[in-house]
Design a protein around this ligand. Structure first.
Ligand code: PMV
Length: 319
């Protein structure tokens, strides 16, 4: 395979789960959309002969070398997997990573970093990757981050499109019938997806019938939301978000801080709100139509560390 030693860069957006988190791990459908206002980037530049590959994670203030990092260090694991996929020896290069996606916030920071890293390194090596192959490699790194990921995060981030995802079946991209806006409010408490997923699994094992019923209802909510999103009338998503949040509370992944932000969002005029992602911290989302700045301001007054509005459209926006 020929290698190309010109500098290469790649980007990947953040993401947010609109409906179906956790239930998606148990085979129910879920909906996720890219968040293009935040992104991870990777740049690979040639380095002096014999220097090998160094990964510089600027935001973590850390450097990793391929030959010394432990096998489960996710950044070097992503680089090794890319070299293996491209049947290429370690290049002499510096791979610099940057990200504006808050870590452990549920916006897909780790997934976006892996995606940008693999895409940039593969291009540097002269073996650009199809999106399906890229998503599959990122999924392998997701296992290091999360243990038993459903695959929704790597799919939405690698394809950069709204996705209706059900494990084990071909994913579908969503056609957005009418643009709508989602407000994302970060609680300031880092989420822990691995712990949340493991906790749900333990409780599901103790009460399988009850949990299966909840997962089924969450799956129905995702199906109903898909129809609404595709046919327009997105205002009707609000009540589905509210119900989805209650079910996430029931499976034990919400926190008082997330519940409070959900309450404040609705109180300030959002059409609906729920936690999003793994939970136990991280962020909430709210469906907002009017008085968006007011609702954001209220959430920031009532404990949100930051807020962000993301439009959900068919466009691969913000690029
Ligand atoms: O915490 P996040 O945003 O990475 O979301 C995880 C979503 C889960 O459904 C909880 C887990 C998964 O792998 O789908």
């Amino acid at each position: 395979m020929s290698t190309n030693h010109a500098t290469r860069s790649a980007f990947a957006p953040g993401k947010v789960i609109l409906f179906g988190e956790h239930a998606v791990v148990y085979g129910q459908p879920a909906i996720a959309v890219p968040v293009t206002q935040v992104k991870a980037s990777a740049t690979v530049t040639p380095a002096s002969p014999g220097s090998g590959l160094t990964i510089v994670a600027s935001d973590l203030g850390a450097d990793f070398r391929l030959d010394t990092a432990p096998p489960d260090e996710p950044l070097t694991a992503a680089a090794r997997l890319t070299l293996f996929h491209c049947s290429t020896a370690e290049p002499d290069a510096t791979l610099t990573l940057r990200s504006t996606i808050p870590i452990a916030s549920g916006l897909g920071s780790g997934t976006a970093v892996s995606t940008a890293l693999i895409r940039a390194l593969a291009e540097f090596l002269g073996c650009p990757m199809e999106t399906a192959g890229l998503s599959a490699l990122v999924f392998e790194i997701e296992k290091i981050h999360h243990g038993t990921p459903s695959g929704i995060d790597n799919t939405v981030i690698a394809y950069q499109k709204p996705v209706y995802y059900r494990k084990g079946t071909p994913y579908e991209f969503l056609e957005i019938g009418e643009k709508f806006s989602v407000l994302i409010a970060y609680s300031g408490m880092p989420g822990n997806t691995r712990e949340a997923v493991e906790g749900v699994r333990e409780r599901w094992q103790k009460e399988p019938d009850r949990y299966n019923q909840i997962f089924s209802r969450i799956g129905e909510i995702s199906q109903e939301a898909k129809v609404i999103i595709e046919t327009g009338n997105p205002d009707h998503l609000g009540s589905l978000m509210n119900e989805n949040h209650e079910l996430l509370q029931e499976i034990g992944v919400s926190t008082p801080e997330l519940d409070q932000l959900v309450f404040e969002a609705r109180n300030a005029g959002a059409l609906g709100a729920k936690l999003s992602g793994g939970g136990l911290g991280g962020h909430i989302i709210a469906l907002v139509k009017s008085n968006i700045d007011f609702i954001s301001g209220e959430l920031e007054k009532k404990g949100a560390i930051s807020t962000l509005i993301t439009p959900v459209t068919n466009r691969n926006s913000n690029r």
